[in-house]
Design a protein around this ligand. Structure first.
Ligand code: BGC
Length: 735
């Protein structure tokens, strides 16, 4: 349809019909097998089910084809129903969790993955994915860091844009792509003390410089929807925030797509003490141009009356409805409400070796090698014992892999190890070693308890010790439970479960070579694990091809190349921890002891493993930086180059990183900021020159005059392998 036809449809719709386009019902309202939310789906009036414009969390090609047919037949204007779902890191083929994808520093690969995920979701009837989460995440206590690509502005921005492009493709209506709903606008990751849903206290310049750019990059990449966040900023809940929504999102960013609330966030403004009641909440959200009320009864119960009484102008309603109709139209739903939904196509995708290969490659690139003492890796030896609760566990998906279904297609460490070593002469053994959790641990929606816990762990530890004695190398597969990261999973401690640490201590006592793998959705305190292990590698929550990707790296089929997308702390008390801090007037250089500096008495300031850090097999060396000049004019270009050399046994990829520091500004400037990065492939012994171009726009920030601008003066720069090292140079920006 063209815009004129859409307007004519709008003018033909009743007030009730228009309001209902702005109502999103939980999937349980249409499908009794869908996740029941506890908001009594059965009490939703039949009329609302008949007219609501969208629903979420139902999938299944045949089911959705059938539902669409029935829904459209009953709708007075036969307007199709929109199906939305959290396809966060895969639909049926699950890729590494977003934090793991961040560790790849490979936006092109992430874009490819998103397009595979979109194709599976589209074949299964989905129109919109609630992804990517663009929230900058710097506090590892917050469980949702797993859903982000980390702590850095530039990395987050590039990854967000890549995911949007992958999901939406060249043409979102080609039946192989889905619309991307970015979330959670804005600054959800800034939750005070890392506690989920908690209010956010941020200065406007930090909001603008650090938190907003990734959303902006995703919008510039064409994201068709934006989701509001649960939190307040400057004391006002995001879902009714005039400055965030009207001034920044709509006017400054030019976003004219659909703005949807997070789950029940409109009605939550009542307990949040910002709205008197549901009607007041609906009025306030409409005033902030929030188009769809997700799973709350504020719009469905009150918007009609608010428009009738003039409290919400009908024009505001019409504009919101037009945005929803345009989205349906852009998705091609008016021409084909089934959009190529096909159970056969989904099956073909699931078993497509290229899809699995893409997931496997992403796993391999996401793994971050933190320690490799005496070249413990790649694996050698004739007898390898894979021990630990993740040695055979297929539950290596995040809590957002909600449409996966059964995990029979998931490649565990065991399965991949048996494949990798079959016929090689190397023997492998497996043992669980301990339970995944300590007794009484709170995971997402339950508390873990097992009456035989103590007895079971005694037995498992003995079996593990015996396997370790037999082996020459132990691969210890430890980590968090998937229910310990994701929504509503904030923690005040960042340790591995005690039962796992005990196992590590016991096995370290055998003096065998210990390679520790850590499955997790957030930075953890790994000081002890690092001390007791010969090699230490972060595997995140790697998904369907987890075992394959991990064995590829362990065996040296692929050299490790992942880099940390978040700083790993020495102690939880350092959180929030991020490399691009603002300096103080009393810096504590190089963690040296120095009284009356900005420091802790009982811990260094620096991360145990900083942002950008990650080893490979062999050594990567950086030459001093050469600069094409000492000054940069506003319309000029400076080239900064360094030679990067690999002395190692096999080809390896390395992410070369460019950091800058503005020495003096009208506001204090971070000690370092990532400004560019590039993955390069090096052959053993090879040296490659890597060059970055520096231009004036890269130097802009939110100045004391409250605008984006650069300021003439001195800059320092580093080219290196992570945020805490590299060779340094300097230049001056002239006015
Ligand atoms: C989460 C969102 C998610 C939505 C729909 C909310 O609880 O905060 O990230 O997209 O539910 O499932």
């Amino acid at each position: 349809m063209n815009d004129q036809q859409l307007f004519s449809l709008l003018s033909d719709m009743s007030l009730e019909e228009k309001v209902m386009q702005l109502v999103q019902l939980p999937g349980g309202a249409y499908d009794p097998t869908a996740f029941q939310t506890g908001i009594s789906e059965e009490t939703i009036p039949q009329r609302v089910r008949q007219l609501a414009g969208s629903t979420l969390s139902i999938d299944g090609a045949d089911k959705l084809r059938d539902l669409q047919t029935r829904y459209m037949a009953a709708h007075p204007h036969h307007i199709p129903l929109l199906f939305m779902l959290d396809v966060v890191h895969g639909h049926k083929t699950v890729f590494p969790c977003p934090l793991g994808q961040g560790a790849t520093f490979d936006p092109a690969l992430v874009e490819e993955g998103a397009s595979v995920q979109a194709a599976e979701a589209a074949a299964d009837g989905i129109h919109v994915t609630f992804s990517p989460m663009c929230d900058l995440s710097r506090d590892a206590r917050w469980g949702r860091v797993m859903e982000s690509t980390g702590e850095d502005v530039l990395l987050n921005s590039r990854m967000a844009a890549a995911m949007v492009k992958g999901y939406q493709g060249e043409r979102v209506d080609d039946g192989r792509h889905v619309a991307s709903c970015i979330k959670h606008f804005a600054a959800y990751g800034g939750a005070e003390a890392g506690r989920d849903y908690q209010n956010v206290e941020l200065s406007e310049h930090t909001l603008r410089e650090k938190y907003l750019p990734a959303y902006r990059a995703a919008i510039d990449a064409g994201a068709m929807l934006v989701m509001s966040s649960f939190n307040t900023w400057n004391g006002i809940p995001a879902s009714a925030h005039p400055q965030l929504m009207k001034e920044i999102l709509r006017a400054e960013f030019g976003f004219d797509g659909v703005l949807i609330s997070d789950y029940g966030a409109v009605r939550e403004m009542v307990p949040h003490s910002y709205a008197e009641d549901d009607a007041d909440a609906a009025r306030k959200s409409m005033a902030a141009t929030l188009d769809i009320d997700m799973c709350g009864a504020c719009y469905s119960g009150h918007l009609e009356e608010l428009v009738r009484s003039g409290k919400v102008p009908e024009q505001a309603l019409d504009e919101a409805v037009m945005r929803v109709l345009r989205l349906k139209n852009d998705l091609g739903l008016f021409e084909d409400p089934f959009r190529g939904v096909s159970a056969e196509r989904l099956e073909a995708l699931r078993s497509d070796p290229a899809v699995r290969a893409s997931a496997r490659k992403t796993v391999a690139e996401s793994l971050v090698l933190l320690e490799n003492k005496n070249e413990a890796l790649p694996l050698r030896g004739r007898r390898i014992a894979f021990i630990g609760p993740y040695a055979e566990n297929a539950d290596i998906h995040s809590s957002w892999a909600i449409s996966l279904g059964d995990t029979s297609g998931t490649v565990t460490v065991r399965k991949a190890a048996e494949e990798a070593f079959a016929g090689t002469g190397t023997e492998v053994r497996f043992a669980a070693g301990c339970t995944l959790l300590d007794q009484g641990t709170h995971v997402n929606v339950s508390i873990y308890s097992d009456p035989d816990w103590e007895e079971k762990n005694r037995r498992l530890a003995d079996e593990a010790a015996e396997a370790a004695e037999w082996a020459d190398t132990v691969v210890l597969c430890l980590g968090e439970h998937r229910g310990q990261t994701g929504e509503s999973t904030s923690r005040v401690s960042l340790t591995l479960p005690e039962v796992q640490t005990d196992l590590l201590r016991r096995l370290a006592g055998t003096k065998k070579r210990i390679v520790t793998l850590v499955f997790c959705g957030r930075p953890l305190e790994l000081k002890e694990a690092a001390a007791l292990s010969d090699a230490l590698m972060v595997c995140w929550l790697p998904g369907s091809e987890g075992g394959h990707g991990i064995l590829d790296v362990l065996t040296g089929r692929t050299a490790p190349s992942g880099k940390l997308p978040m700083s790993f702390p020495r102690a939880v008390g350092q959180e929030p921890l991020h490399y691009d801090q603002y300096p103080t007037g009393r810096p504590r250089p190089d963690d040296r002891y120095d009284a009356f500096t900005s420091r802790y008495l009982d811990c260094e300031n620096s991360a145990l493993y900083p942002f950008g850090y990650g080893l490979t097999y062999g050594e990567v060396r950086f030459s001093p930086v050469t600069l094409s000049g000492g000054t940069l004019a506003p319309d000029g270009v400076l080239t900064a180059s360094a030679d990067v050399t690999l002395t190692g046994p096999m080809p390896a990829e390395q992410t070369v990183q460019l950091y800058l520091r503005d020495v003096t500004g009208s506001r204090v400037r971070p000690v370092r900021e990532l400004k560019d990065f590039r993955r390069i492939l090096l052959k053993p012994g090879e040296t490659r020159t890597v060059s970055f171009e520096i231009t004036e726009p890269m130097l802009r920030f939110w100045t004391a005059e409250n605008r984006w601008a650069s300021e003439p003066g001195r800059f320092r720069l580093w080219i290196g392998p992570d945020s805490a090292s590299g060779s340094e140079a300097g230049f001056t920006l002239i006015g």
